[in-house]
Design a protein around this ligand. Structure first.
Ligand SMILES: [Fe+2]
Length: 286
């Protein structure tokens, strides 16, 4: 199928976040006008879904390259279960085992809301996730619109978080934040604004999440905990969330600066594999 701008359709997936893009075959080269239209839709809808795609690793990376420099992973050589198939730009999200070892990362279970790479000085802007093998039920991804999460805060809360910064720290767990009472040097971490200004859209977005945000910088622990717990209630606000039930052949690209995402549980006895790459970002504060 040749993609032309005339065939492109944009159908919202929920009132506040997500749109399905139809009329695009990601296995084929895309012309500049189509790429431009997808970029506009991405900034409008934050999460874009492309159904029924049949793409290999190179085609996925070629598509992502339209939106930035494709990121590479820092995983050390001895922890590369993909073996000879290892590609520094690709992460498999999978519970499948080969010779007793997981072939990918983040294998099983529920995963709390998080922004990918918010513990990095320059968090990657976009994540591209392609569904290859899925369980019969569960493993859905929830996406939260963090512009909307910021917008619904009271004026008083907006004033309280103005200029505040938070510690983002990660140890690759899925359902608990790092215990920061000990030495945190061994974990990836970064101080980030509690609310960021999106570098492209110029809009404010809440930039904290229950999996990676450990503390409001320079606040007493109890006050920090109380504020974070209040801010984390976005994860229970259905008005700003789209829950995606994956189908094989789905590719979803999302903006990590203004959304966060979570995963629902699924049967550990069933195979699940998705292929992920990212595009690099920039620092979100001076
Ligand atoms: Fe993630």
């Amino acid at each position: 199928m040749t993609t032309t701008l005339e065939k492109l359709e944009i159908l919202p997936l929920s009132p506040t976040i997500g749109a399905e893009i139809r009329g695009v075959d990601l296995s084929q080269p895309l012309d500049d006008r189509t790429v431009s239209a997808i970029k506009v839709a991405w900034h409008d809808h934050i999460v874009l879904l492309f159904r029924d795609q049949d793409i290999d690793t190179e085609q996925q990376i070629a598509f992502a390259e339209h939106f930035g420099d494709v990121g590479t992973r820092s995983r050390p050589a001895e922890r590369r279960p993909e073996g000879a198939d290892y590609n520094a730009s690709i992460m498999l999200v999978s519970n499948i085992k080969k010779d007793g070892e997981y072939i990918g990362s983040l294998p099983d279970g529920e995963m709390w809301f998080h922004h990918d790479m918010c513990y990095d000085r320059a968090p990657h802007k976009g994540t591209f996730l392609y569904a290859m093998e899925l369980p019969s039920t569960g493993g859905n991804t929830l996406f939260a619109n963090m512009y909307a999460a910021y917008e619904v805060l009271s004026d008083e809360t907006k004033e309280r978080i103005k200029g505040q910064r938070a510690l983002q720290i990660y140890d690759f767990a899925t359902r608990e934040v790092v215990d920061i009472s000990g030495d945190i040097a061994k974990y990836k971490h970064e101080i980030q604004p509690v609310a960021i200004t999106h570098p492209v859209t110029g809009k404010k977005a809440l930039y904290v999440n229950p999996l990676i945000t450990a503390r409001i910088e320079d606040w007493p622990e109890d006050e920090s905990r109380a504020l974070l717990d209040e801010l984390f209630t976005f994860g229970e606000n259905p008005d700003i969330i789209y829950e995606h039930e994956w189908r094989e052949g789905d590719l979803i690209m999302w903006d990590n600066w203004c959304s966060c995402h979570a995963r629902t549980d699924f049967p550990a006895s069933e195979r699940r594999m998705l292929r992920r790459c990212t595009v690099k970002g920039q620092p979100l504060y001076e």
